[in-house]
Design a protein. Structure first.
Length: 334
């Protein structure tokens, strides 16, 4: 072999080795699994910065929980406002409030983040039971998002007894913060789930299953093909209990204080925004198929409703690849 050919082959070999090493680093995967925000969190991250990001993702969720959103952590922003009736917010937190107030308004109050005292009476996290109706209407009289006034960076409650509860949107907010972190790092793709809210990060198309509301946590009714978005599901099977032969769940009708009873079993919302996917899945559950679809449309999101008669209604572009359980009927609304 001529000297130049040997040299060229050597260069090619070095380049290939370099590429393989680079590709190996670029495709490095790291994971984190932990418990925060009263739920399980898992992150699977691929890319050069995957290990660093997995650590950061955990810190983000934990500090968002204890410093901002938790109702039980003494020094969180929410606890402070609940206790003192007012508080100063940093720009990011004020942004969350502003977006959620908009969801409250646009949903006509179906989404309401002031139901804390009402949901406490149901004791979903501990020993759930149907509350005394007198106490329930008392707590309900102090709730209502209209009692929350956001002005610049200051938040104030016009009724001191109104209790803020970000339980229906906090997991989505966590996904948005993690997404911002991943965007600032060398990450190819990632899947992060905070309870029933999942971030699919990157160009890769992921397959996501929608849980069978009649089955256990590993059973699915449909597969979605999605990329670069957040998918949240609000389901009545979460935190459900039975009393006097009747089932009760944790998604409450802000007009009555009782669990929503409209024939829906779950609503899944797909959005670029974690906050919106989480808040709208709860809002659409409360609103039902017609009004919920209109709300999802207004936000340009996809909503997938499953009812007790095993109908699946889709508003928007679902990316449904397959209905994996033939006993369900699919109706695409658009
Ligand atoms: P999960 O927390 O199981 O993911 P959701 O996102 O639907 O489910 O949030 C339900 C939680 O939100 C409840 O546990 C309660 O804290 C709160 N919540 C209940 N009803 C409403 C409502 N109508 N609007 C806003 N928050 C609600
Ligand atoms: Mg929600």
């Amino acid at each position: 072999m001529k000297k130049t050919a040997v040299f060229a082959a050597l260069i090619a070999a070095v380049a290939l080795a370099g590429f393989l090493i680079y590709d190996g680093v670029a495709n490095k995967t790291a994971s984190a699994d932990f418990f925060a925000m009263n739920t399980y969190v898992t992150a699977d991250i691929t890319g050069k910065d995957s290990a660093k990001c997995a650590e950061e993702a955990q810190k983000i969720v934990e500090s968002l929980d204890t410093a901002v959103l938790s109702r039980t952590a003494e020094n969180s922003v929410i606890s402070h406002i609940n206790l003192n009736g007012a508080g100063e917010l940093d720009e990011k937190t004020a942004g969350y409030f502003s977006k959620l107030i908009e969801v409250c308004e646009k949903s006509g109050g179906a989404f309401d983040f002031t139901l804390g005292s009402v949901s406490d009476l149901w004791s979903f996290g501990s020993s759930p039971a149907v509350p005394d109706s007198e106490k329930l209407s008392q707590a309900l009289s102090h709730s209502g998002y209209e009692k929350i006034i956001l002005s610049g960076g200051r938040i104030e409650k016009s009724d001191k007894e109104a209790t803020l509860d970000f339980g229906a949107a906090g997991k989505g907010i966590a996904l948005d913060e993690i997404k911002a972190c991943l965007e600032s790092r060398r990450v190819k793709n990632a899947v992060v789930s905070v309870g029933g809210s999942v971030l699919l990060f990157g160009k890769k198309e992921f397959t996501v299953g929608i849980r069978d509301p009649f089955g256990n946590s590993g059973s699915y009714v449909a597969k979605l093909g999605v990329s670069d978005c957040c998918v949240s599901t609000s389901g009545c099977y979460e935190q459900q209990f039975e009393q006097g032969g009747k089932k009760y769940h944790h998604i409450l009708d802000p007009e009555t204080g009782y669990p929503v009873d409209n024939g829906l079993l779950s609503v899944t919302v797909i959005s670029k925004s974690g906050l919106l996917s989480d808040a709208l899945s709860t809002a659409c559950f409360v609103l039902g198929i017609e009004k919920g679809s209109a709300l999802a449309r207004e936000y340009g999101c996809t909503a997938i409703f499953i009812d007790e008669d095993k109908n699946i209604y889709v508003e928007g572009d679902s990316g449904i690849i397959e209905i994996t359980d033939g006993s369900y009927n699919l109706t695409e609304r658009t």
